[in-house]
Design a protein around this ligand. Structure first.
Ligand code: FAD
Length: 453
């Protein structure tokens, strides 16, 4: 193979990533037009990769007669410091009820129920109503497994362990995105996928911070590719930190992994190294149920001002809720802590703010269209919906709701439209650049980022 050799494959709709956004986009595109040639390419393993599978607490949606999409909307824009794109925020809250019903009825996802048979909704921070739908405290596994099964059932092809490394411009002057270059992580081979519509659903993943809660294969690839291709981005200066990442020791990969927000929602206390409930200083009204930006900053301030724990953290304490209650309602968190040698049900556990979510991303309209024709973005790859601070529970709602929107819009656009071939020179350049980054094979440090085209 010469340095710039690659195979070529065609499809109508190319979906990059198989988290909530990618899975739901594929299902929606298929439902809109089963004759479409849909292809999913995933950097990780299908059904096992990304942050959606890691979702613990749950999914915000207004379902109760005592709640409303208007309330959900107001909570979302207040939490976002009014910096949200309000059209996107409205799409999120108004489409979430239909989406959760389809997750139940089309995918077969099973959520916890109240004794009256209704879907149980639990408390999350920063909300005026307890509207977080969940499956215990490991909701993402249920969502990902059930949606993945439906992809397999429909025979939608999936390329696993293929990393999209660049978007491919069309060969004409239309400024259209005509697919993506994929690197097969196992074989090192390249495939240029020529597509009518391409979806960025590669998630976020601020994994470049010392502590990060995210799936470790993520590296904001989609945003980088969008920027390099010339798409408009927004809100890139805002990264969300989650207040309660477990501290297990320097250099251990699992440090930063989450103890979910429902623990604070259920009445958990945050204590500094002196045993003080420090949220009294920062938000005496809402205390631990304040929004995550505020709670994360409060914890950081305590640590930086010398009131942290010996290991540079603070404590979360749920022991006063009763061991039986904690074990029953937070089994996943209890097991995770036990694996690490901590007794969540019986004693305080040391935590620290941890990098969690990219508020920014590709700028999209309410149909998930980016500023580049042919390129769509959904989920954490797209910015704007959450403004300055995402509510816990709005992340997976965002990826699934906008995944569905993108799938439908791409199906409408791709059906019947002619193929635009990609620019071969750009495709060759992307391969050469990927290979050049390896140097002579002894130094695995990437070269300087490409300049924006
Ligand atoms: C520990 C944890 C707990 C969370 N808990 C909650 C919660 O309780 N409620 C909530 O609302 N939100 C929660 N979130 C946030 C939520 O998981 C995300 O907002 C949402 O799932 C993102 O979905 P996505 O489809 O955009 O991306 P992801 O689910 O992250 O999927 C990204 C996909 O893209 C693939 N990919 C990455 N790069 C490439 C590439 N270059 N080429 C091809 N494929 C690529 C990945 O392998 C993966 O398949 C949590 C996040 C974490 C990390």
């Amino acid at each position: 193979m010469s340095n710039s050799a690659f195979q070529v494959r065609k499809c109508d709709v190319l979906i990059l990533g198989s988290g909530g956004a990618g899975l739901l986009a594929a299902l929606a595109a298929y439902e809109a037009d089963p004759a479409l040639d849909i292809l999913i390419a995933v950097k990780g393993l299908f059904g096992k990769s990304g942050c959606t599978r890691m979702v613990q607490g749950g999914y915000n949606v207004a379902l109760s007669d005592s709640d409303s999409v208007e309330n959900h909307f107001m909570d979302t824009v207040r939490a976002g410091a009014w910096l949200n794109d309000q059209d996107l925020a409205w799409e999120l809250v108004s489409r979430a009820p239909g989406c959760i019903r389809r997750l139940e009825t089309v995918c077969g996802a099973f959520f916890d129920r109240s004794p009256d048979g209704e879907i149980h909704q639990k408390a999350f921070a920063g909300q005026s109503f307890d509207r977080t739908v969940h499956k215990g405290d490991l909701t993402g596994i249920e969502l990902t497994n059930r949606a993945s099964e439906q992809i397999i059932r429909r025979g939608i092809p999936v390329l696993e362990e293929r990393r999209a490394i660049a978007l491919l411009p069309d060969s004409g002057a239309g400024g259209r995105v005509a697919g993506s270059m994929l690197l097969d992580i196992r074989s090192g081979e390249f495939t240029a996928v020529n597509a009518k519509c391409t979806l960025l659903a590669t998630g976020g993943g601020p994994t470049f911070y010392k502590y990060s809660a995210c799936a470790q294969e993520l590296a904001t690839d989609g945003m980088a590719m969008a920027w390099e291709a010339g798409a408009d981005l927004c809100d890139m200066e805002m990264v969300q930190f989650h207040p309660t990442g477990i501290l297990t020791g320097e250099g251990l990969q699992i440090t930063g992994t989450l103890l979910e927000e429902g623990l604070r929602g259920a009445g958990g206390h945050l204590l500094n190294g002196r045993g003080e409930r420090y949220m009294e200083r920062y938000d005496p009204e809402r205390m631990e149920r304040s929004t995550r930006d505020l709670v994360a900053r409060a914890g950081y301030t305590e640590i930086k001002e010398g009131r942290g724990t010996e290991n540079g953290g603070v404590f979360i304490d749920v022991s006063h809720l009763g061991a039986d209650f904690v074990r029953k309602n937070f089994r996943g968190m209890v097991d995770r802590c036990a694996d690490l040698g901590f007794d969540l049900a019986g004693a305080p556990v040391e935590v620290s703010p941890t990098a969690h979510y990219m508020m920014g991303g590709a700028k999209i309209d309410t149909g998930c269209r980016t500023s580049l024709p042919g390129l769509f973005a959904a989920g954490e790859d797209a910015g704007g919906t959450h403004g300055a601070n995402r509510l816990g529970g709005n992340g997976v709602a965002n990826s699934t709701v906008f995944g569905e929107v993108a799938g439908r819009e791409m199906a409408a656009e791709a059906g019947g439209a002619p193929f635009e071939s990609f620019d071969r020179g750009s495709a060759e350049a992307s391969v050469e650049e990927a290979l050049a980054a390896l140097g002579d094979g002894t130094l695995l440090i990437p070269s300087a980022p490409r300049s924006r085209s």
